[in-house]
Design a protein. Structure first.
Length: 257
């Protein structure tokens, strides 16, 4: 039987989501906990591959077990086993062909910036030493909605078969005085894509790039044409969307038929 896990994590001390030799990852920590519960053959597959230092307010992973389990009790036990910077929100049964990564229809990321020194945001936002024109940045971000090839914003060399992504929205939003958030949603994202887009938009906000220049950057299909990637600390995966038929409730083994 297949189960989805919904979790969140502070990525500060991890080398990203994906298991890597000789490095501590979120997936590796979750696999260790699952194997303590269900045996060494158990492992999970995540909805994405967040980079080192990136956080998740919501990540989804799936795992398989041969027999039905008590989902609520499993969520509780996993939460007790995992360190304080990884939290389990839910374990729920899903259809056997539901896939945390390939069944997802959308991912949403937020990136935080602050224009003031704040010791409580140092691990969760990029501190900006300059004032930015967020109106110009939103004008440039709007242009991203008209394209699908994001090669200019991707760190290539991974296992992606295409650089085509379909954005639903991309915008800057003021959260409070001195704190802004970039919100972006798409069906999929390329490696380093959000951080490269944010870095390029910051160049627009500084007046180094005109909003219309985004069209030339996009057309270049060259990562060198875009701005530098911003630090990972400000980036959060906040939502993973699935069709209703994928995440429908299955009967719990403790429920009566």
């Amino acid at each position: 039987m297949r189960y989805f896990i919904t979790l969140s994590f502070d990525g500060t001390d991890y080398h990203g989501w994906q298991v890597q030799p000789g490095a501590v990852s979120v997936q590796g920590m979750l696999n260790q906990a699952l194997q303590r519960l269900f045996g060494p053959q158990t492992s999970c597959v995540g909805a994405g591959r967040t980079d080192a230092g990136v956080h998740a307010a919501m990540m989804v992973a799936h795992f398989d077990v041969p027999q039905p389990i008590d989902a609520a009790q499993t969520a509780y036990r996993l939460g007790r086993m995992l360190p304080p910077d990884i939290a389990i929100q839910e374990v729920r049964p899903v259809a056997d062909d539901a896939h945390a990564r390939f069944s997802a229809t959308s991912r949403t990321y937020h990136y935080y910036v602050t224009t003031r020194k704040d010791p409580f945001r140092r691990h969760y936002a990029m501190r900006l030493p300059w004032m930015l024109d967020f109106e110009r940045m939103n004008e440039a971000a709007e242009l991203l909605l008209d394209i699908t090839d994001f090669t200019s914003f991707a760190k290539l060399g991974g296992d992606q078969k295409t650089n085509i992504c379909h954005l639903r929205y991309a915008r800057w939003k003021k959260m409070e005085d001195g704190v802004w958030r970039f919100e972006i949603c798409a069906d999929r994202f390329l490696r380093n894509m959000v951080r490269a887009i944010v870095g390029t938009l910051i160049e627009v906000g500084r007046g180094r790039i005109a909003p219309a220049d985004m069209l030339h950057i996009i057309a270049a299909h060259d990562r060198c044409a875009a701005g530098e990637s911003v630090p990972a600390c400000g980036l959060f995966l906040v939502d993973v969307g699935y069709p209703k038929e994928v995440v429908h409730d299955e009967p719990s083994p403790t429920e009566e038929a």
